[in-house]
Structure formats: structure tokens, C-alpha cells
Design a protein around this ligand. Structure first.
Ligand code: FNR
Length: 350
């Protein structure tokens, strides 16, 4: 799949400020380039003479069965790409046998996300005003979220590039103010989210993992981990999974790309918990590389957004199916008929 062509098609249909928000990184174009090209910095050592008559891409993520390890990353503001927003993305995920992460900043009611039929995980930012976060996770549980993704890589100001200024003041986003997007909150809390209380907290530390587990009864995925030692601490603090991520290069312009951090994190936590990865993955070959380096599943961000912007539900489905099909081809050529056969020895630095 030519993701660049899909992005160009999305750019041609989206209002410029919306496209800018979606494609923004924490720096200039070189930051996006570093995120994606890091996946091409690996080559493969294929096996021959394996029985690849049948390729099986099925697995489970925190106990939820999926028929593909290509999952959908939580992304805010999807209604700006298509009026149905996450209703369409979730329906496409359901059709593809995938799973979707739903952003704290979704503008779609959880009941409507759930009605689309895909398994879903709720992504949480912890606000300064704690009752806001509490009500969001309580509602997510009520509506069938099966895990909490705790995002820990965005704590406040990012690289001060003009493109990334949307991050500076959560009450003044270019697309919609807090009151319009936090539809899963009661009106009084939504109003509080427009003020100081809407800023992300920075003081919660690793203890937030246990707090969330206890409050929700759900497994917690820590998103934004880039170091083995932090991954270990997250696991010791009660995390059930870690998601290696640079937030699609949106968090910190000079952080290492996910592709370079993944093996270290996977080695640090071993088989104690599940490891996932996102940021910069653009093809099924990238997915195969990620799984070989130790990820159990991957999340796609912008390719899904470009699919949504250009074709709604069918557009997202097309992206998921094509990346999935590329993965199947890569597994065939690697001599790896199941996901368990995708092992680190299949990958070398280019
Ligand atoms: C994001 N991402 C994100 N992450 C998160 O935890 N909560 C959020 O609300 C959002 N919102 C969001 C909006 C948009 C427009 C983008 C592009 C991304 C980050 C997302 O979950 C994921 O980490 C990256 O998108 C993955 O990188 P790629 O695939 O976009 O390169």
C-alpha cells in the first residue's frame, strides 16, 4: 500500500488546519521521516523450505482474540476526518478482526463505539482535576472497554514548533474545544475540563497503574515507554502490557524511534507481560519486523486516519486489510507460518 499517496489524497480532501493537526509531529518533517524510516533500518534472514501453505495471523491481546495483530491506535478528533468518526473506525476494526483504542479526547459516546462491535480499549490521559479521569474510566468500564491504555509520554509542552502548538493549551485546540469532544463526561465535569483542570497531570508516577487496576478491574497497558528500565518498573507496578511508542513522533522530537527501542523493551520484560509497538509503521513488512523484534501486536495511527478521511469505514477497512495482506505475504516469504514463528533471529540491522 502506498501510504504517501493515501496521505496526499487525504490532504486534498481535508481542511488544511485539520490535515496539519493530523500530520503534526513534535518537530519538522525530518522527525516524521526518522519515525518511519527506522523500520527500514532492518533486513530479514528468511527461512526456506517451511510449510507456509497456511498462514495463521490469529493471536490474543490481553486475552481478547483477534484475527490480525494489526490494531488501531487511539487518535483524537476522528470526527474531523469523517462525521462518523470512531463509529466508522470501530466498525472497520470489527470487520477486519482487529481491536481499537479509543482516545480520551473522542467526540463519540462510548455506547456508540461499543455498538460497532469491535473489542475496544480506553486510552486515558490523567487530568489535573482527578474526577474527570475517574468518570471517564468508570464510563469506559460500563460500556465494555476491556483494558485501559494509560498514555504517559505527553505531560505538557512539546517541541515548540508552530505545527505542534495544538499541544500547548488543551482548552484551545484548533479543531474543537474540550466541551465539544469530551462527550462521555457529565456537563459539569466537561466544563471543568475547559479550565485549568483540563491540563494533563504530571505528578501521578508509577502508582497510577495500581490505582487504575483497582478502580476499573481491567488490565493496564502503559503507552509511550521507550526504555527497558521503565518497562520493567511499569511491570513491577502492575502493568499487564507496555506499548512502545513515540506517539507517532508527536511527543518529543529527539526521542529514539520506536523501532530502535522495541527490542530493548521486549528483552527487559521477557514473557512477563505483552509488548506492543506503534509509531511509523507503514507496511506489512514493518509489522513483520516489529513482531520479530518482540511485539505481540502493533497499532497503526495515521494510515488509519488517512483511510478514514478518504473513504470512511470502507477506507479504514481497506488500510487494515491491505497491511494485513502484506503481513501474510511477508510471513510466507520469511518461512514463518504463525506469529510465534516471527522471532528476533529473522531480523538484522540493515
Ligand atoms: C494521536 N495519538 C494519540 N495517542 C493517545 O494516546 N491519545 C490520543 O488522544 C492521541 N491522539 C492522536 C491524534 C492524532 C491525529 C494522531 C496522528 C495520533 C498517537 C497514536 O495513538 C499513536 O501513538 C500514533 O499515531 C502512532 O504513530 P503513526 O502510526 O501515526 O506513525
Amino acid at each position: 500500500m502506498d501510504v504517501d499517496a493515501l496521505e496526499a489524497a487525504a490532504a486534498a480532501t481535508l481542511p488544511p488546519h485539520v490535515y496539519d493537526y493530523f500530520r503534526a509531529t513534535a518537530g519538522g518533517p525530518e522527525v516524521a521521516e526518522r519515525s518511519t524510516s527506522a523500520w527500514s533500518a532492518f533486513l530479514h534472514r528468511p527461512h526456506v523450505l517451511q510449510d507456509t501453505e497456511r498462514i495463521d495471523t490469529g493471536t490474543t491481546v490481553l486475552g481478547t482474540p483477534v484475527t490480525t495483530p494489526v490494531l488501531v491506535a487511539p487518535m483524537a478528533q476522528q470526527v474531523a476526518a469523517d462525521p462518523l468518526g470512531e463509529r466508522a473506525t470501530a466498525a472497520a476494526a470489527a470487520a477486519a478482526g482487529s481491536l481499537i483504542g479509543i482516545s480520551t479526547n473522542t467526540a463519540v459516546p462510548f455506547a456508540e463505539v461499543a455498538a460497532a462491535g469491535a473489542p475496544w480499549w480506553f486510552q486515558l490521559y490523567i487530568f489535573k482535576d482527578r474526577p474527570i479521569s475517574e468518570q471517564l474510566v468508570d464510563r469506559a468500564v460500563e460500556h465494555g472497554a476491556s483494558a485501559i491504555i494509560l498514555t504517559v509520554d505527553i505531560t505538557g509542552l512539546r517541541h515548540p514548533s508552530p505545527e505542534a502548538n495544538y499541544a500547548v493549551d488543551p482548552t484551545d485546540w484548533p479543531l474543537s474545544p474540550a466541551a465539544d469532544r469530551l462527550v462521555n463526561l457529565d456537563p459539569d465535569l466537561r466544563e471543568r475540563a475547559r479550565g485549568e483542570g483540563g491540563w494533563f497531570a504530571r505528578d501521578f508516577g508509577f502508582r497510577a497503574i495500581e490505582w487504575l487496576r483497582e478502580r476499573t478491574g481491567l488490565p493496564v497497558v502503559v503507552k509511550g515507554v521507550l526504555r527497558g528500565d521503565d518497562a520493567r518498573r511499569a511491570v513491577d507496578a502492575g502493568a499487564s502490557a507496555v506499548l512502545v511508542s513515540t506517539h507517532g513522533a508527536r511527543a518529543f522530537a529527539t526521542s529514539v524511534p520506536s523501532a530502535r527501542a522495541l527490542a530493548e523493551v521486549a528483552d527487559a520484560v521477557g514473557t512477563d507481560v505483552e509488548v506492543y509497538v506503534d509509531s511509523g509503521l507503514r507496511s506489512g513488512i514493518d509489522v513483520a519486523t516489529a513482531l520479530a523484534l518482540g511485539a505481540r501486536a502493533v497499532f497503526l495511527g495515521r494510515p488509519v486516519m488517512w483511510g478514514l478521511a478518504t473513504g470512511g469505514e470502507a477506507g479504514v477497512r481497506n488500510v487494515l486489510e491491505r497491511v494485513h495482506q502484506e503481513l501474510v505475504t511477508a510471513m510466507d516469504l520469511l518461512g514463518a507460518p504463525t506469529l510465534a514463528d516471527l522471532t528476533q533471529d529473522l531480523v538484522v540491522p540493515a
